[in-house]
Design a protein around this ligand. Structure first.
Ligand SMILES: *[C@@H]1O[C@H](CO)[C@@H](O)[C@H](O)[C@H]1NC(C)=O
Ligand SMILES: *[C@@H]1O[C@H](CO)[C@@H](O)[C@H](O)[C@H]1NC(C)=O
Ligand SMILES: *[C@@H]1O[C@H](CO)[C@@H](O)[C@H](O)[C@H]1NC(C)=O
Ligand SMILES: *[C@@H]1O[C@H](CO)[C@@H](O)[C@H](O)[C@H]1NC(C)=O
Length: 375
């Protein structure tokens, strides 16, 4: 039993020694090479051995002498599937050079299925990003961007590396054409924005840093949308003083540019022009009522109603009345004074004679009135 166990152990260790193949070291063990570029790696051994490089390009036959180092070198790597392997005589030891041959895309382009065209808010559009002649596809990341009118770039979607569709192609080492798609629902804010996609080839630490990125053309979006009114001062009730100027600015955002109509609840002999601004100078009480603005375009219309109440400002009337009273008082006092002065100059006696008589009359009238009220 013990003998059997020992045999198992020794055979296991033998097996491990063989597969580990620690006898050869390939350095560098991993290469990232641009298609068409040169590449080289060294195979070395602690003890001199007869060794060789087996490769579709730059292969080196078994050395005549025992060597400690053997170089593999190619001026221009063109085989996408190149897997140079260093081995010793008989193949007891072998080590593979891990090599990635890459190629940047010939073109990256974005397009969308143009129906309906131009884009209409709320509809769904299939954006397509076509990356041509790229290798290896498994290292590619595609990102869709939106560049707003102020130049700000936002990510719409990033196609992950291990996407289901591309899982199958992940191991493909030859260049391929690949298209990525994204459902895009434009909003009014996207009108005038640009869409683009970008392809990034991330080849890991051995590859070029930062990873090469290639942008597509830019799609200018023209998004049609229903008018949206931005009424100034707003869609609410307001009051205005008679005689002032009423100015309502019903400007609306919309694509195509909206046309305007005003509906007034009060009878106005002059129909309003199809303009965004309604202006009434020297407004009268009869102009009170609802002012409804309608902004229309192909996609619909939106309305906004402002209730205008024309009020009369009593302050100037009061001031006017007060002024009139003051003037009247002034006139009366002037008149009284001047007549008094005149009388005084005309004669003391005459005035004295007149006054009691006047007073008497007044008293009589007053007395009569009082008498009547008592009756
Ligand atoms: C391979 O070894 C040679 C000789 O030692 C050296 O000159 C060369 O730089 C090495 N190449 C690489 C890729 O390590
Ligand atoms: C090559 O290197 C990559 C990254 O280090 C690794 O995932 C892959 O398994 C290696 N391939 C071989 C055949 O050694
Ligand atoms: C990729 O597309 C281009 C242009 O349509 C074509 O010439 C090329 O053969 C295609 N490559 C592959 C790998 O399908
Ligand atoms: C109306 O408002 C819009 C937007 O605020 C502005 O561009 C336009 O000049 C205004 N029109 C008038 C006549 O004030």
């Amino acid at each position: 039993m013990a003998i059997l166990f020992g045999l198992l152990i020794s055979s296991l260790s033998l097996y491990c020694d063989f597969t580990d193949a620690e006898c050869l070291v390939v350095s560098p063990a991993r290469l990232v090479v641009k298609h068409g570029d040169p590449a080289s790696s060294n195979c070395s051994s602690d003890i001199p051995v007869e060794m060789a490089w087996e490769a579709t390009q730059g292969g080196v036959g078994l050395t005549d002498n025992k060597v400690k180092i053997l170089r593999w070198r190619v001026d221009s790597v063109t085989d996408w599937n190149i897997k140079p392997t260093c081995y010793t005589e008989g193949g007891q030891c072998q080590e593979q050079l891990n090599i990635t041959v890459y190629k940047l895309p010939d073109s990256v382009s974005i397009s969308y299925r143009k129906y309906p065209d131009p884009m209409v808010e709320g509809n769904q559009y299939l954006l397509q990003c076509l990356v041509q002649n790229i290798a290896p596809i498994g290292r590619l990341t595609v990102t869709f961007y939106k560049v707003s009118t102020n130049g700000e770039r936002t990510v719409l979607y990033t196609q992950p590396l291990n996407n289901d569709i591309h899982q199958l192609n992940n191991d493909t080492r030859e260049p391929v054409n690949e298209s990525y798609s994204l459902q895009f629902s434009p909003t009014n804010l996207d009108d005038g924005a640009q869409l683009l996609c970008s392809a990034m080839l991330d080849l890991g630490p051995e590859g070029p840093r930062p990873p090469p990125v290639m942008d597509s053309n830019r799609l200018n979006t023209n998004v049609h949308y229903k008018p949206q009114i931005t009424m100034s001062p707003g869609c609410f009730s307001m009051s205005i003083t008679e005689g002032d100027t009423l100015s309502l600015n019903c400007s609306a955002k919309g694509n195509p540019a909206p046309s305007y109509d005003w509906l007034l609840s009060h009878a106005d002999p002059n129909p309003m022009e199809e303009r965004s601004v309604v202006t009434i100078t020297n407004i009268a009480k009869s102009h009170s009522g609802d002012y409804t603005c309608i902004a229309r375009n192909l996609l619909g219309n939106s309305t906004c109603t402002v209730n205008v109440e024309v009020t009369v400002d009593y302050l100037p009337i009061f001031a006017g009345l007060a002024a009139a009273v003051v003037v009247i008082l002034l006139v009366v006092s002037c008149f009284t004074y001047s007549s008094y002065y005149k009388h005084r100059r005309m004669g003391h006696y005459q005035l004295k004679d007149m006054l009691p008589r006047r007073h008497k009359n007044k008293h009589v009238v007053q007395h009569n009135g009082m008498d009547q009220s008592f009756m």
